[in-house]
Design a protein around this ligand. Structure first.
Ligand SMILES: Cc1ncc(COP(=O)(O)O)c(C=O)c1O
Length: 366
């Protein structure tokens, strides 16, 4: 293993072995492998931590986005405004429904710019889909205001930002629908694919439940075409055991992030927290010069880093038909050359964080 790995699943399992094996055993003993008690209980726990009225488990975060847009009736001819510096799902979910993803540029903090959103609104716009990137909320207060002004629903792509807050708004429960991924790399992580949708709207919640479960009203009656996209019961059981530790996991990430920022802010651009913000540091991203050289330098010293994400979605081959070109989204493109994610997970020691920071400082002192 590297001296400083980007993640440490083995350390996580060491802490949780008994709880996880107990949860898995319970599911096998009951034999309710689809939906059932564990999924229901997890949904209640998840709704609570997100301050949402409803949480609906689904198979993964991408399905959460597809189903959210579908529940809002979005389809061919419609436009959805989102960010291009995200994981591909933020755009593919729109495109897979036959609608058009429209990319708005981002601010220095990597989150979507409300001014750019407003400039992108047309008569075809049917939803705003901000991405709460890196573990922090986009500018929700301003985005919600815009949504009110133009009468648009807000689908929050909160895949990276479970329990992130800005003021009294919690990611996923401030807009119309919130979409989460519980992929193994996320702060609240399953042992495989998993996702959740949140909403405060009873009608939408009922539609989303039907959509994810074959459109079944009961065992026999199908009231609309639906997907087979349920949260796996084994995953729900595992996730339930992890919810009680989530706050301390995030607190540890925040402590690591604070240490990085203190040690590095005079050599690279570090994330700056806004007043009233609770950043959960799904990733700790610096913006720096000579990124590839720095990355290689750190790798030679046993320090693992990642880039989230090196090619913006609008510059991917899959997005060619959308008509964007180099220079369409200057901030997004500039940041793609400069961003680097340092390991920030909760199993790092103080020494490991200091080692990473010292190596970054060393690199720039040469
Ligand atoms: C911002 C964002 N949106 C959507 C997704 C899709 O989630 P999943 O991988 O669970 O389908 C992810 C996670 O990979 C993500 O980071």
């Amino acid at each position: 293993m590297k001296k400083v790995p980007f993640l440490n699943f083995a350390a996580q399992f060491e802490l949780e072995r008994e709880a996880i094996l107990g949860a898995v055993t319970r599911v096998f003993e009951r034999g309710d492998f689809i939906l059932g008690k564990e999924v229901e209980a997890f949904e209640q726990d998840f709704a609570r931590i997100c301050n949402a009225r409803h949480a609906i488990g689904v198979a993964n975060g991408t399905d959460a986005l597809i189903m959210a847009l579908r529940a809002l009736g979005i389809g061919p001819g419609d436009e959805v405004i989102t960010a291009s510096n995200s994981w591909v799902s933020s755009a593919s979910a729109v495109a897979l429904l036959g609608a058009t993803p429209v990319f708005a540029d981002v601010n220095d903090d990597q989150n979507i710019s409300p001014d750019a959103i407003e400039a992108a609104i047309t008569s075809k716009t049917k939803a705003i889909m901000p991405v709460h990137l890196t573990g922090r909320c986009a500018d929700l207060p301003r985005i919600l205001k815009l949504a009110g002004k133009y009468g648009l629903p807000v689908v929050e792509d909160a895949a990276q930002s479970v329990t992130a807050r800005i003021g009294d708004l919690t990611a996923g429960s401030a807009g119309t629908i919130g979409c989460f991924s519980l992929h193994p790399l996320k702060n609240l992580n399953a042992a495989g694919d998993a996702g959740v949708i949140t909403t405060n709207d009873d009608k939408l919640a009922a539609t989303l439940r039907l959509l994810g479960h074959h459109g079944l009203k009961n065992r026999e009656e199908i009231v609309r075409w639906g997907y087979n996209s349920r949260l796996d019961t084994l995953q729900a059981a595992i996730l339930r055991t992890r919810i009680p530790r989530l706050e301390s996991v995030i607190q540890k990430r925040r402590t690591n992030a604070e240490r990085y920022t203190r040690l590095l802010k005079d050599v690279v651009a570090c994330p700056v927290e806004r007043a009233g913000e609770w950043h959960t540091y799904h990733v700790y991203v610096i913006q720096c010069e000579r990124r590839e050289e720095l990355r290689a330098y750190l790798s030679e010293r046993g320090i693992d880093t990642k880039i989230h994400y090196p090619i913006p979605i609008h510059m991917q081959e899959a997005a060619q038909a959308l008509g964007y070109r180099k220079g369409s989204l200057p901030n997004t493109e500039r940041q793609a050359q400069r961003i680097l994610s340092l390991p920030v997970h909760s199993y790092l020691s103080e020494e490991q964080v200091e080692l990473v920071a010292a190596a970054v400082r060393d690199f720039y002192s040469k």
